[in-house]
Design a protein around this ligand. Sequence first.
Ligand SMILES: C[S@@+](CC[C@H](N)C(=O)[O-])C[C@H]1O[C@@H](n2cnc3c(N)ncnc32)[C@H](O)[C@@H]1O
Length: 222
Amino acid sequence: MAMSNGHEIARYYAMRAREYERVYEKPERQNDLARLKEIVGPLLASHVVLEVACGTGFWTQVISEKATFVTALDVSDEVLDIARQKPITEGKVEFKKADAFRLSQITGQYTAAFAAFWWSHIPKESVTSFLQSLHHPLTSGSLVAFVDNRYIPGNSTPITDCDKFGNTYQTRRLSDGTEHRIIKNYPSKTELQLNLGAQAESFQFQELQYYWYATYRVKKEA
Ligand SMILES: C[S@@+](CC[C@H](N)C(=O)[O-])C[C@H]1O[C@@H](n2cnc3c(N)ncnc32)[C@H](O)[C@@H]1O
């Protein structure tokens, strides 16, 4: 079985690219997904958005309907190839290959950042460096929004183990039969707040049945 580290996460999603959006077809999650779309679209309306770990562009398409412009980044060519085929209005989105931990190389004037189902894959020991990277291209007062899964016993893929940092792991099987040990964390509101600390203002956290979302404003020293 393939082990989970930063490289393995990227490789796993590259291998999963063609079957990735099946995750959005689960019947019991349709109400929540419809609500999330209703929340995320208006939240980022009229913003110039930096989307991190955009995957196949499922949320990019949603955001692009109301945002001024979206720069959508992912580390995997395989998912970006699919994202680029989404029927999105010309001139609204630019897809680029970029590592979420190296955003200091990204230039542009963003008013918001967004990441869906990415926080859960960040090793706890790397959250500080991810936030440093994410906040680098943003100015003070920029809006940040994260969306991710809640752990629902009996519905979520079971957690198989935990490491010394408290990261939890799942065994995931792809349609080619390969198995992957994937990091998947389920942070609480308190953990997120502690992670963000003084870098966040106006922090808000909401739970739906299957998902959570959090928003805040970036606070940088003057
Ligand atoms: C769970 S998927 C989420 C995709 C998309 N945001 C969505 O919600 O449909 C996680 C994504 O993170 C990407 N990824 C993994 N490591 C990354 C990294 N270091 N930098 C940027 N993206 C990364 C994967 O390629 C994958 O597309």
